[in-house]
Write a new protein. Structure first.
Length: 166
């Protein structure tokens, strides 16, 4: 929330380098229009995308033909999360901030999100309690210690746990 300038620093300063385009996955899915359908959400973002490509993309995120035409307000929290993540990945960001991205997702949906994030060509900062997700998506762990120092650990979350306990 600091990087997105939603809250202010108590002290010090935060500098985001020029050229960084940041996308933020909110737990409350505030980047979706609850009056639209998943299909309309994507068409609004990418009006030139061929319809077959749009449907294939929604299919990769576990949306059935009937679901793509259902108003967002009638979809489950997990279904809304998948639309929010898909929209975020379609934006031209080079930094993603993810706040509990696998909350409300079943295993298949979480796998679809993980697969999409593995293909993402940018940096990801994620807050998650989902160890499996962190193992699948992360290749470096940044540990912010209580004294304000930063320790960088190469590898996924399981490797971080193993090394930090040595």
């Amino acid at each position: 929330r600091l990087i997105m300038k939603e809250i202010k620093l108590d002290s010090g300063e935060l500098e985001v380098m020029p050229g960084v385009q940041t996308g933020y996955f909110h737990q409350d899915h505030r980047n979706i229009d609850f009056e639209l359908t998943p299909e309309q959400q994507i068409q609004k973002m990418k009006p030139k995308m061929p319809y077959g490509d749009l449907r294939a993309l929604l299919g990769q995120f576990q949306f059935t033909p009937g679901m793509v035409k259902t108003q967002m307000s009638k979809l489950s929290g997990g279904e809304r999360a998948r639309v929010a993540m898909l929209k975020l990945l379609l934006e031209e960001n080079n930094l993603l901030l993810l706040d509990e991205p696998t909350n409300h997702l079943d295993t298949d949906a979480a796998d679809a999100v993980e697969d999409a994030l593995k293909e993402y060509d940018g940096a990801i900062i994620s807050v998650s309690h989902d160890r499996w997700f962190l193992d699948q998506v992360c290749d470096t762990i940044w540990e912010l210690k209580g004294d304000g120092t930063l320790k960088i650990w190469p590898g996924n979350y399981s490797e971080y746990i193993r090394r930090s306990q040595q």
